[in-house]
Unconditional design. Structure first.
Length: 464
C-alpha cells in the first residue's frame, strides 16, 4: 500500500546550527526538484519573528550552497515560525494553529536528545502527534540502556512505522551504491564470501580535528560518533544477504540479521588513540580519556562470513579525509611461491569520490619475469547539483519510505555490539597528528597490513 505524503513539515531546533548548515539548503534543493510544496514550520526559542526566520534561511543559503532566487521565494512562501519553550503547552497550541488543516505532519527533531522526551510528550498531549510522523536526529542514545529509553519514549506516542531515525550517512548515494554494486552484478556474488575473501577492512579518516566541537566530542568519542552508527551501516550493506523483496522492511530485516551475527567487541580486539593536542581544545577536559581514533576487529558469524575478520578504523587528525573499503582475496594455490604473491583486492571508496577498483597481479614491463599489482578502475566524482543526503532523507521520510532509516531493533543491536567496550576502561594511546594512529594499533592489523588511502595520484599502498 502506498503511504500518503506528509502535508506539513515541522522542524524543532529551527534556529540551530544543524538547520543553518544542512536543513535550509536541503529544503531549497527539495523545492528546486519539485519535492516540497507543503508548509514548513520552524519551532525554536529565540525570541524571533517570521521575518527574522526568513533572514536566517537566506543567510544559511548564502553561506552553504548559494541562493536560488526562484526557489528561495517559494521557500519563503512556505515558511512559518513558532517561538516558544518546548516545555510549555502554549508553544504546541501555537503549533497546532499554524498546522491549520494539516492532518499528516512530519515532525523533525533537530534538537539534542535530552529534549526529545519533553517534545514528544507535548506533541501527544496537544494532538499534534495524531496521524503524524516523527523524524529524530542521531545520536540515538548514548549506550544500550539510553537507546532503549529513547525508543520507549518515541513508541509511547508514535507507531514504529511512523518513526524515522536519521543517520545522514544512510542518505549518501555512495553508501547505497554498495547494494547496487553487490546485487545488480552477477560476478560479485561469485567471490564476495568467505570462500574467496580473506579479510575486509574499512577506514574512515578525517584530516582535521574537532573543529571547535570539543565540548560535544569529549562526551562522545570516535566509537559513538561514527563506528556505532555510520560504519556499522557500511558493514551491514557489505555483509547482508539479498532481500526477498525491495520494500523497506525486507531490506532492513537483512541489515538487522548482520548485526545479530556480530559478537560484542572485546578488549583484545580494540585499540583507542587520542591525537596530541586534543586536551588543549576548548571544552575538552585536561585529563580526557576520550578516543579520537579507534581500530577494532569484528567477526560476523553468518553462513557467508564466518571466519572472515572485519577490521574497522576511524579517527581525526589522520593523513587524509577519505572513507574506503578494501576486501583482500585469499592467495591462489599457485606454482608461484606464495611469499612472492600479492593479494588481489576489491577497493570501494565512498568519499570524497566514488571508486570501484579491482586489484590484480600481472607481469611487470620488461624481460624479467616479475609480478606487480595493478588496478582496474571505475571512478566518478559527485556531480554538480547532486541530491544532498538530508534532502534525500527528509523527502523519503515525508513520503513514508523507511528504507534509509534505522529501525528500533537495528539501533539496539548496534549498541549491543559496542556497549561492553564503552563501559570497559581500556587504555588510550597518544598519536601524532597526521599519522595513522598510535604505534599500538599494530595489535589490531589485517593480514598483510592496513591499506592506507591516498588522494594524490590515486595510489593505494598494498602490502606484499
Amino acid at each position: 500500500m502506498t503511504s500518503l505524503h506528509s502535508d506539513a513539515l515541522v522542524f524543532f531546533g529551527a534556529t540551530g546550527d544543524l538547520a543553518y548548515k544542512k536543513i535550509f539548503p536541503a529544503l531549497q534543493g527539495m523545492i528546486k526538484r519539485g519535492h516540497l510544496n507543503v508548509p514548513v514550520i520552524g519551532v525554536a526559542k529565540s525570541g524571533w519573528n517570521l521575518e527574522q526566520f526568513r533572514a536566517r534561511a537566506y543567510d544559511s543559503l548564502e553561506k552553504h550552497g548559494g541562493v536560488d532566487s526562484s526557489a528561495f521565494e517559494k521557500l519563503c512562501g512556505l515558511l512559518r515560525y513558532v517561538d516558544g519553550d518546548y516545555q510549555e503547552p502554549a508553544t504546541f497550541e501555537a503549533l497546532r494553529k499554524e498546522l491549520g488543516g494539516a492532518g499528516r505532519p512530519a515532525h523533525y527533531l533537530a534538537i539534542p536528545p535530552v529534549l526529545f522526551g519533553a517534545v514528544v510528550e507535548q506533541l501527544a498531549q496537544s494532538g499534534c502527534a495524531n496521524g503524524a510522523r516523527i523524524i529524530v536526529e542521531k545520536p540515538f542514545g548514548h549506550d544500550l540502556s539510553s537507546a532503549g529509553d529513547l525508543n520507549r519514549i518515541l513508541l509511547g506516542a508514535f507507531a514504529e512505522s511512523n518513526i524515522f531515525r536519521i543517520d545522514h550517512y544512510l542518505g549518501k548515494r555512495a553508501v547505497n551504491n554498495l547494494l547496487v554494486f553487490r546485487f545488480a552484478n552477477t560476478f560479485v556474488e561469485s567471490f564476495w564470501n568467505r570462500t574467496y575473501i580473506e579479510s575486509v577492512q574499512i577506514t574512515m579518516a578525517e584530516d582535521f580535528g574537532v573543529q571547535g566541537r570539543g565540548a560535544f566530542y569529549d562526551k562522545t568519542g570516535a566509537i559513538r560518533d561514527v563506528i556505532q552508527n555510520h560504519l556499522l551501516q557500511v558493514i551491514s550493506n557489505l555483509a547482508m544477504e539479498s532481500p526477498a523483496r525491495l520494500d523497506s522492511e525486507s531490506i532492513r530485516d537483512e541489515k538487522v540479521k548482520v548485526l545479530k551475527a556480530i559478537p560484542p567487541i572485546t578488549e583484545k580486539d580494540l585499540v583507542r588513540g587520542q591525537f596530541r593536542g586534543y586536551r588543549s581544545e576548548n571544552g575538552v577536559a585536561n585529563d580526557s580519556e576520550v578516543e579520537t581514533f579507534a581500530a577494532l576487529k569484528l567477526e560476523i558469524n553468518s553462513w557467508r562470513w564466518k571466519g572472515v575478520p572485519f577490521y574497522v578504523r576511524a579517527g581525526k587528525n589522520l593523513p587524509v579525509t577519505c572513507t574506503e573499503v578494501v576486501g583482500r582475496f585469499r592467495k591462489p594455490p599457485s606454482l608461484i611461491p606464495t611469499e612472492a604473491l600479492m593479494e588481489n583486492h576489491l577497493r570501494l571508496r565512498l568519499s570524497p569520490e566514488v571508486i570501484i577498483a579491482l586489484g590484480m597481479v600481472v607481469m611487470t614491463p620488461g624481460e624479467k619475469v616479475a609480478a606487480q599489482t595493478l588496478e582496474m578502475l571505475a571512478s566518478h566524482s559527485p556531480s554538480a547539483g547532486a541530491m544532498d543526503a538530508y534532502e534525500r532523507l527528509l523527502g523519503a521520510a515525508m513520503e513514508g519510505d523507511a528504507t534509509l532509516f534505522a529501525r528500533e531493533d537495528y539501533v539496539e543491536e548496534a549498541w549491543r555490539i559496542v556497549d561492553p567496550i564503552l563501559k570497559a576502561r581500556t587504555p588510550v594511546y597518544e598519536y601524532e597528528p597526521k599519522t595513522w594512529g598510535p604505534p599500538e594499533v599494530e595489535r589490531v592489523v589485517p593480514p598483510g597490513g592496513w591499506s592506507n588511502p591516498r588522494i594524490a595520484g590515486e595510489t593505494v599502498a598494498i602490502a606484499a
